[in-house]
Ligand binder design. Structure first.
Ligand code: F6P
Length: 559
């Protein structure tokens, strides 16, 4: 495997950076009238304007050379061939198979996986149709009105984000609820709003061992049984999605009510699999298939387009330019669309759990930055909150501004204000405001000269702050599928260049192990193990408080 920092393109980029660090984007635009046209790409209903970045043609040439020297094209091909590129878990990485047409074989260890992908998708469709049409009845023979999805991380964020994003397409009778946090307040508040007779629970867990999900699932089942009074009723109200049929059966769900997926689907890449069942229930088969089709179209573009016209590759490379050369440690996702309000949280897991690594695939410690910190929120609200730092703070974070062009579903006047603000922000980040401009503005506003001199420095915006503008033709299932796939592949390309495995997540293990021990200690069922003095004190405090509560009769409440 090549060593990234010894690649000729890496070294050439550092030399190039010594000049590029001082470039002004204002000047780049002033001296290159074709810039916006050149750094513009349209694909699968998405438009990417990446002109407002501190790049030139030469920067892109060198970054593309880096991608080739780091063997990114070989990694991309290996993923699509079904090779076990998740090396620490010896697994293929084939979320792309889940949205692939059924007639083109995709093999994992010699087996064509497409027949089983098709079989599960068809089962999901039949089940979704039965629930949506009202044919699937609860134990008192009433149609389902509420769906409670219980899962966490990748078994929650994707379905939740998509159901929110495509709410305009939701079934009018079905209300979706998502329970992830083991803090019982979420489950409690959810159960207050539903009725056992008309609620369907979907237990979503790849491993079916995740303690938060199983705890919520057990509590939900107790709640259900306390109302239905008959264990036989569970079959009409609980289904599972998992790769682990034995654990599902042990929980008490008939495997006939389990929707399967496979170990070659990573948790954070699983919304396209049976984990997408809440999506299919909410939006219907046709819309779910349109979501898959949009993602597949982006897959085909990613696999076949030349690197220099490849949307995920270009986004990845521009990101690398900041992370590794400018030293930008964070990246902002700012959708100007309320329906996309969960998109930043979804991308946060996708990126940070995939590329938050410090060892290369062959076990060496990296000596360069990897995943940025992903954060954000809806852009228009962000403008009145965290954008101050983005404009005048000391930390420079590239920003993805995302919106849909089609304002037809919007109330009169709203969409223009929304998009007008987004375009204005992108322009402000690019242009900034010089001291002279600030002074001129204050003079024009009638301030006297001492006031102008005193205030002007605070009115200066450095500008030169990078943004990508991503426009969806409209926020529909197809465009959303393409958008999600775009980010999945962008993240993969960055991981490939950094020589890391983007598909494992060992970093979540230690906390889980320690929690297992400490939970026993808090419950009082285990002796206190050796801890640092801070942890020991916290445990002792909880135990003392908990004893006091029990003595005073203020113990745990039942649902
Ligand atoms: O703890 C992290 C994680 O393993 C994620 O990668 C995953 O998406 C989530 O937990 C849920 O896991 P499961 O689907 O097995 O319950």
């Amino acid at each position: 495997m090549p060593i990234l920092t010894q690649l000729p393109a890496w070294r050439a980029l550092w030399q190039h950076f010594s000049r590029a660090r001082d470039w002004s984007m204002r000047e780049l635009f002033d001296t290159d009238p074709q810039r916006a046209e050149r750094y513009w790409l349209e694909q699968d209903g998405l438009i990417l304007d990446y002109s407002k970045n501190r790049i030139t043609d030469q920067t892109l040439t060198l970054l593309l050379q880096l991608a080739r020297e780091a063997e990114a094209p070989e990694r991309i091909a290996a993923m699509f061939r079904g090779e076990p590129i998740n090396t620490t878990e010896h697994r293929a990485v084939l979320h792309v198979a889940l949205r692939s047409p059924p007639d083109a074989p995709i093999r994992v260890g010699g087996e064509d996986v497409m027949p089983k992908v098709t079989r599960v998708l068809d089962r999901m469709a039949r089940f979704a149709h039965a629930v949506r049409s009202g044919d699937w009845l609860g134990y008192t023979h009433q149609p389902i009105t509420d769906i409670v999805s219980i899962g966490i991380g990748g078994s929650d964020l994707g379905p939740l984000m998509v159901c929110e994003a495509l709410k305009a397409y939701a079934h009018p009778r079905l209300t979706m609820h998502f329970v992830s946090n083991v803090d019982s307040s979420l489950l409690k508040e959810t159960l207050k709003r539903v009725h056992a007779e008309t609620t369907l629970f979907i237990i979503e867990s790849k491993t079916f061992t995740t303690s938060e999900t199983l705890t919520n699932a057990h509590t939900a089942r107790e709640w259900f049984l306390s109302r239905a009074g008959d264990a036989g009723a569970v079959a009409r109200h609980f289904v599972a999605v998992s790769t682990n049929p034995k654990a599902v059966a042990d929980f008490g769900i008939d495997p006939a009510h389990m929707f399967e997926f496979w170990d070659w689907v990573g948790g954070r890449y699983s919304l396209w699999s049976a984990i997408g069942l809440p999506i299919m229930l909410c939006l219907g088969e046709e819309n779910f298939r349109a979501l898959l089709a949009g993602a597949h179209s982006m897959d085909t573009h990613f696999r076949t387009a030349p690197l220099e016209a490849n949307m995920p590759v270009l986004l990845a490379l521009v990101g690398i330019w900041y992370i590794n050369f400018f030293g930008g440690g964070s990246h902002v996702i700012a959708p100007y669309d309320q329906y996309l309000h969960r998109f930043p949280a979804f991308i946060q897991q996708l990126d940070m759990e995939s590329n938050g690594k410090q060892r290369t695939r062959d076990g060496r410690l990296v000596d360069y930055e990897t995943a940025p910190i992903i954060w954000g929120g809806t852009g228009i609200n962000g403008q009145h909150a965290f954008f101050q730092l983005l404009h005048q703070g000391t930390h420079i974070a590239p920003i993805d501004l995302i919106a849909s062009l089609d304002g037809r579903g919007s109330l009169p006047g709203h969409h223009e204000i929304l998009l007008g603000n987004m375009f204005a922000q992108a322009e402000a980040f690019l242009r900034g405001k010089t001291l002279d401009e600030a002074r001129a503005e204050l003079r024009a506003a009638g301030l006297d000269e001492p006031a102008v001199q005193a205030l002007a420095p605070f009115k200066v915006f450095d500008g030169n702050r990078p943004t990508n503008t991503l426009l969806l033709q409209r926020l529909d299932p197809r465009c959303l599928g393409a958008l999600i796939a775009l980010y999945e592949h962008k993240i993969f390309v960055q991981g490939a260049i950094w020589q890391i495995n983007s598909f494992d997540q060992w970093g979540v293990e230690l906390g889980k192990q320690l929690a297992h021990t400490i939970v026993g200690e808090l419950e009082g069922s285990a002796e206190t193990a050796a801890h640092d003095s801070s942890t020991a004190r916290l445990i002792a405090l909880y135990r003392r408080m908990n004893q006091e509560k029990t003595t005073k009769g203020r113990g745990k409440t039942a649902l």
